[in-house]
Design a protein around this ligand. Structure first.
Ligand code: DP6
Length: 394
């Protein structure tokens, strides 16, 4: 049995991807740009084993066996195996030759609760493609394959600041992710994920963006006329580490994405009361200081992603605790990087109060930009036992 274990990160778009021009190949209607989050706080771990004793391909996700015949999963498997065959025929490794006819067992877990509603498909598909590539000894451009699992997954193939170029070709060969700056580029940047309490499940991104493409004239205008300029502006803000420009554009792009959701017919609502309160809190906080110290971004759900710089973290966390008091305001409310206590001034308290919503935020994850996928050398992370079955159920 040959076995490989790898980990891959989550990413958060600051210029959003919303809408496909080709559903099957997952080709977007606009380019997008994201920040890769650190795997110390959020990651997917995947172990893949190949053995001639396995009778079929199988997959386990977060402890439960799942459907291996999912079309997107099959696309990734097929594409990596195709590249491995190509490599073999051009004189690649013998070991690869042998395992290419073997079936695989895939086992994948997230180190964050699925119930938190954090998008996990990006990290999941990035990890699947990266691990398969290691197993079959495939090297080179893999974001094109990860993209066929989930669009946003192609950006999780790199660390730091990553753009997904929409490309022009019909076969998608130029629809790729590229690193704009490494994770070490902006060491003061911090990301807080405010996990909002939510009652019901929302419309998934795949279905949501399809309806938007079909019905929203605003989305078409955004993709064709606004995003190209925004990509240039965002890259410039990141290169210059200009938080004012970065934060403003991040908020505007998130708001515009949610405006296209409202322009979709029937409309889609991802933001809830808690999200709206966080938006107004951020604006009041920034207004108090007369500059952009924190910025929000929301994906296809109510959780807020807050971008800020290190010196602001402890105070803003205090502000969140003040506005969303929780029973677990003690130890379990803040997860991830250590945050020191910071008393709020009475001026700030009066500038931000008026809106207290107990229990609105379940907890906060504090993280920073991080590296791309990596192979694990730690046998303790290996998810499959010697029999090729998930360790916990083996
Ligand atoms: C709002 O990548 O989940 O998070 O390609 O259909 O799998 P599919 O969609 P997905 O969409 C992500 C949408 C978003 C914005 C973004 O990440 O750019």
């Amino acid at each position: 049995m040959q076995k490989v274990t790898c980990t891959a990160p989550v990413n958060i778009a600051v210029i959003k991807y919303w809408g496909k021009r080709n559903e099957e190949l997952i080709l977007p209607i606009n380019s997008s740009l994201s920040v890769t989050l650190h795997q110390d706080q959020l990651k997917t771990t995947t172990t893949i084993a190949a053995s001639r004793d396995f009778t079929e391909d199988r997959i386990w996700l977060n402890g439960k066996e799942d459907n291996i015949n999912h079309p997107r999963l099959q696309s990734c498997l097929r594409e990596i195996r195709r590249l491995a065959r190509k490599r073999r025929s051009s004189g690649g490794e013998d070991g690869v030759s042998r395992i290419l006819s073997d079936k695989v067992h895939i086992c994948s877990v997230n180190n964050f609760p699925t119930a938190a509603g954090l998008a996990s498909s990006a990290a999941g598909y990035a990890c699947l493609v990266y691990t398969l590539a290691k197993l079959y000894g495939v090297e080179g451009e893999l974001s094109e394959i990860a993209r066929q699992g989930s669009g946003s997954a192609c950006r999780s193939m790199y660390g730091g600041f990553v753009q997904w170029l929409m490309g022009e070709r019909e076969d998608g060969k130029d629809s790729l992710a590229q690193q704009v700056e490494a994770e070490t580029h902006w060491p003061e940047l911090r990301i807080l994920i405010l996990v909002a309490s939510a009652e019901k499940k929302h419309v998934g991104s795949t279905a949501g963006m399809q309806t938007s493409v079909e019905t929203s004239p605003l989305l078409k205008f955004r993709a064709e006329s606004l995003v190209p300029g925004r990509m240039v502006e965002m890259i410039d803000a990141i290169r210059k580490k200009d938080f004012e420009a970065f934060g403003q554009l991040t908020m505007k792009d998130s708001n515009q994405f949610h405006a296209t959701c409202l322009d979709t017919f029937p409309p889609i609502f991802y933001l809830n009361q808690v999200s709206q309160r966080i938006i107004s809190l951020v604006h009041r906080y920034n207004a108090h200081y007369g500059k952009t110290k924190v910025a929000y971004s929301f994906d296809a759900g109510p959780n807020a992603v807050i971008f800020t710089l290190e010196p602001t973290v402890s105070e803003f966390v205090e502000v969140v605790k003040h506005c969303f008091p929780s029973e677990s305001n003690g130890d379990t409310f803040i997860k991830g990087l250590t945050v020191s206590p910071s008393p709020l001034s009475s001026e700030l308290t009066s500038a931000i109060s008026g809106d207290i919503f107990p229990g609105g935020v379940n907890y906060v994850i504090v993280t920073q930009p991080g590296p791309g996928p990596a192979e694990s050398q730690d046998p303790a992370l290996d998810l499959l036992g010697p029999d090729g079955l998930p360790k916990s159920t083996a």
